[in-house]
Design a binder for this molecule. Structure first.
Ligand code: 5AD
Ligand code: SF4
Length: 449
């Protein structure tokens, strides 16, 4: 009997990866994915805790699911509702108490146990809660994916974080840092390569802190792992995210210099350009350290494009601190970036700091910062016009004969191209910068025919 499984994913790419694996875990039990909660036999909310009022948003989403669950019940059927991810981890028991609608609360480290939890429920053993950080590796328990993920795929290589930035919940929700073994990652990479994947994005909350056990029994760094994965012929492109400036090792920078499959694009969050704020954030580096690091990376790979995360209005941030962030942005020059108003997360040190910044001040600073970042993004896009780049075509475009893919810089590029180029790399000349994408033309007309 097939059952309908609906998964709603919030937040980061790690959650996107986890959602795919949740589908893999449930597939052998007859669950196949649908894209609507209405009528589903099981709904999983794979939640994220990083944004403001994350838990409240999940409770309101649950409120909206009540009707669907009731309709199902009116037909004598059951809709199982599971909350997974970081809000599940953070709320735990509280969610069982507060949301009677929820059947299962499962943390990010134990979702491989979902089938067991579902089985218990159907035996009438009551609602299930599991937010452990078990010693046993969930990755050992996960089945290989059966469905072709398309030309690009995520692969989690590292989880958790020991950095304890004072604004961040990740060390609490995802736990201590853990790296998968090289052998396990390589096996998964080869498996998805066989299914047609051409581009792998290696994921981790602190991915460049990777230190998994290599085939020689020694811990390997991310640079070495990347070089190993680059040997898989079918894999044409490698990326990784998210990195911490303190973990950019020489080996990793060297991989950028010498491994052509490693894409010239790096998301390297700095958060602030003020040393005082960086210190209060417990980032473990200064603005100068970061700028020197960027210089070294650019020497290794001159055409690399950088991206970052910024927080404005961190407790105690003065106009001068904010100006230091603007100055850093001007100095470094970003192709792309994410920026946020600081918002307190319960349980983190910064949440109880005195000198919280007024919201209107945060708004003003964010607007100024985003304006600067937008101009830099536009400049970067304009500089790409006229250049030829490899584009990996991922899906059909809005118009007939059109395919959409990504440039090495992660820019969406659309071009007129024959269907058979879907899932393949082609040389494309970028002809126009649109607001969030690039228009291109196949460079080699022979390929176009
Ligand atoms: N307030 C605002 N932004 C935050 N981030 C993490 N925690 C907070 C917070 N409390 C941002 C950081 C991080 C990104 C994923 O989210 O910039 O790099
Ligand atoms: Fe959070 Fe990243 Fe800092 Fe870890 S390094 S605490 S994940 S912001």
């Amino acid at each position: 009997m097939t059952r309908k499984l609906f998964i709603k994913t919030y937040g980061c790419q790690m959650n996107a990866y986890d959602s795919a694996r949740i589908a893999d875990v449930m597939a052998p039990h007859g669950y196949s994915l649908v894209d609507d909660a209405a009528g589903a036999d099981m709904v999983v909310l794979n939640t994220c805790h990083i944004r403001e009022k994350a838990a409240e948003k999940v409770y309101s989403e649950l409120g909206r699911l009540r009707r669907a669950k009731e309709e199902k019940a009116a037909n004598g059927e059951r809709m199982l509702i599971a909350v997974a991810g970081c809000v599940a981890q953070a709320e735990g028991e509280e969610m069982i108490v507060r949301a009677p609608l929820v059947d299962i609360v499962v943390g990010p480290q134990v979702y491989h146990r979902l089938p067991e939890m579902v089985a218990k429920l159907s035996r009438g053993e009551g609602r299930a809660l599991d937010t452990e950080f078990p010693a046993m590796d969930k990755f050992d328990a996960l089945p290989g994916t059966k469905t072709a993920p398309g030309p690009t795929a995520f692969l989690t290589v590292q989880e958790g974080c020991d950095k304890f930035c004072t604004f961040c919940v990740v060390p609490y929700t995802r736990g201590a840092e853990y790296s998968r073994s090289v052998a396990q990652i390589e096996a998964e990479a080869r498996h998805v390569a066989d299914l047609g994947v051409k581009e792998l994005t290696l994921l981790g909350q602190n991915v460049n802190a990777y230190h998994g056990i290599g085939p020689d029994g020694e811990p390997w760094g991310l640079g070495r792992l990347i070089r190993r994965l680059a040997k898989i012929d079918e894999i044409a492109r490698l990326r990784y995210t998210t990195s911490h400036p303190r973990d950019m090792s020489d080996e990793l920078i060297d991989a950028h210099a010498h491994e052509p499959k490693l894409m010239p694009y790096l998301h390297l969050p700095v958060q602030s350009g003020s040393d005082r704020v960086l210190e209060a954030m417990n980032r473990g580096h200064t603005a100068e350290d970061y700028k020197r690091l960027v210089e070294r990376i650019r020497r290794a790979r001159p055409d690399i494009a950088l991206s970052s995360d910024f927080i404005v209005g961190f407790p105690g941030e003065t106009d001068e601190d904010f100006e230091a962030t603007m100055a850093l942005i001007r100095d470094v020059g970003y192709a792309q970036a994410f920026s946020f108003k600081y918002s307190p997360r319960p349980g983190t040190p910064a949440a109880v700091a005195r000198k919280q910044i007024a919201d209107n001040v945060k708004e003003d600073r964010l607007a100024g910062l985003q304006d600067l970042l937008r101009r830099q993004a536009d400049t970067f896009a304009a500089a790409c016009v006229g250049r030829e780049m490899d584009v990996l075509f991922e899906h059909r475009g809005r118009y007939a004969d059109q395919l959409v893919g990504r440039s090495p810089y992660l820019q969406p590029v659309h071009a007129r191209a024959p269907e058979r180029l879907l899932g393949r790399l082609a040389r494309v000349r970028l002809v126009e910068a649109k607001s969030n994408s690039m228009a291109g033309e196949l460079a080699d007309m022979a390929v176009a025919l």
